[in-house]
Design a protein around this ligand. Structure first.
Ligand code: PLP
Length: 460
């Protein structure tokens, strides 16, 4: 850390303590202790206000910095673009917007249109709005319901929270928007039926069909799912689940919306998480890894079938998607996203993610043999979780304070890891790992070693 941007860090800390409302945290501890301020980053590592180095195993806290920190080529591309044209919105296009759309669609066979927005929540709301408009245009408003799954998360706005499957996040923020209906989760480790493997996967998908039948198929417009559930506990789908889900959507003419805000752009070793499972979506939303946090950009991508529904009656002045996103017109986003994608290709980061993800899964599984508190290790690519349980037989979740203590001890060792379910005790307490796609074996060894030591310290 060279300190050039931080001549008076104490003043910065005071300003932060006095005026910044931090995300996702109670502020009481800041009255006596200082908030952590990350000052600088390079590759997999970041430095805080004390100059302490941390290995970042969560890609910027929330699964975002896929290509790592300090990428000058992205910064230069953004700088050049900003000087040429920073912004123009409304009905117009931009050069980076057009070029990134083309590159993105190349990676998504079957998809064809990119709608730019600036956050994952907003991208999801765009898809919800499209579903609602299609319901009005084609079905007299009736086929408007959007199904979402227990444990999935789609954003922080009230409409996306209405499709929020994590009660611990939703508590105290209702009432929510009507027309969103919950379907059961698909987590085999916490199975709702006495089944396993493919039988469990098909049963979990069939449970969606039951909800559709109860609601009335002619009222259900779309099903919105994460390919691998992220904040809900790093839940990988059981075998047999996705083919059956796809079949059900086709049977009842229900649009399939895949939320790739976390899994998208390489995180699981393919460009998109859904591509592991042969899914053919109608909507794909993405945000975090699209430009690795070098600029704010999110996309709601649709296939041509969806797009066509918005241009079938050109004589009708209402027959288009009557929506805008002010910052969807920022050119920095697609300029950064183009470079981000080029880096992933040129450096073979999808292949690295698969190889390092497998390695990390093995290493975490070895920890499971040593620490009884690890109930299950799961994940895909460099998106992994280790669920902590008080008892392996009953699978009772470990006290969340203890899970938090493991995270705290890793932090003290200079390794930043995450944990799901921080606020209300409940479904699972899962240690989360999502290091950048550039991770090496040495990085992973350091992360796993820190976890090992922390588990020993907290649980013996
Ligand atoms: N969808 C998923 C799966 C997410 O994990 C998140 C954020 O963590 C969102 C949507 C919302 O994205 P944003 O915070 O950019 O609005």
């Amino acid at each position: 850390m060279d300190g050039t941007l931080n001549n008076d860090i104490e003043k910065v800390v005071d300003a932060d303590r006095a005026h910044v409302w931090h995300h996702l945290i109670q502020h009481k501890p800041f009255e006596t202790g200082a908030p952590r301020i990350i000052v600088e980053g390079k590759g997999m590592r970041v430095w805080d206000q004390h100059g302490k180095e941390h290995l970042d195993a969560v890609s910027g806290g929330v699964w975002t910095v896929n290509v790592g920190y300090g990428r000058e080529r992205i910064a230069n591309a953004v700088r050049d673009q900003l000087i040429k044209l920073n912004y123009f919105a409304g009905t117009t296009g931009s050069i980076p917007g057009a070029l990134f759309s083309e590159r993105l669609i190349e990676k998504m066979p079957g998809m064809s249109r990119v709608y730019y927005t600036n956050s994952g929540s907003e991208a999801n709301e765009k898809a919800f709005k499209m579903v609602r408009q299609i319901a009005h245009k084609r079905y007299g408003g009736k086929k408007h319901k959007i199904l979402y799954r227990e444990r999935d998360y789609h954003g922080s706005t009230l409409a996306t929270m209405s499709a929020g499957g994590q009660d611990e996040r939703n508590a105290q923020y209702g009432p929510f928007a009507p027309g969103f209906v919950r379907v059961p989760h698909c987590m085999e480790y916490r199975a709702q039926w006495d089944l396993s493997g493919e039988e469990y996967g098909v049963a979990a998908a069939n449970a969606i069909e039951e909800v559709i039948l109860a609601e009335g198929p002619d009222t259900v417009g779309a099903l919105c799912l994460e390919p691998v559930t992220a904040g809900g506990g790093v839940i990988t789908p059981p075998p047999g689940y996705w083919p059956r889900v796809q079949e059900i959507c086709r049977k009842y003419d229900i649009l399939l919306h895949i939320d790739e805000v976390v899994c998208g752009v390489g995180r699981t070793g393919t460009w998109f998480g859904y591509q592991h499972y042969g899914i053919e979506p109608d909507f794909v939303t993405m945000a975090k890894g699209v430009a690795s946090g070098y600029a704010a950009i999110a996309c709601c991508v649709t296939n041509e079938k969806v797009f066509d529904m918005f241009k079938e009656a050109p004589e009708d002045p209402m027959d288009y998607f009557r929506d805008i996103s002010t910052f969807g017109g920022c050119t920095a986003g697609p300029a950064a996203a183009l470079e981000n994608m080029a880096i992933i290709e040129e450096e073979g980061l999808l292949e690295n993610t698969t190889a390092m993800g497998d390695y990390m899964l093995d290493q975490l599984s070895a920890l499971q043999d040593k620490h009884a508190v690890i109930g299950e290790v799961r994940g895909k690519g460099l998106f992994l979780g280790a669920e902590l349980v008080a008892d392996r037989d009953s699978r009772e979740p470990v006290d969340e304070k203890l899970a938090q203590a493991v995270v705290g001890d890793c932090n003290a060792q200079g390794v930043i890891i995450g944990v799901t379910n921080r606020s209300i005790p409940g479904f699972n307490n899962t240690l989360c790992y999502s290091p950048a796609l550039i991770s090496t074996k040495d990085d992973i060894d350091q992360i796993v070693e820190a976890t090992d030591k922390a588990l020993t310290k907290v649980f013996g």
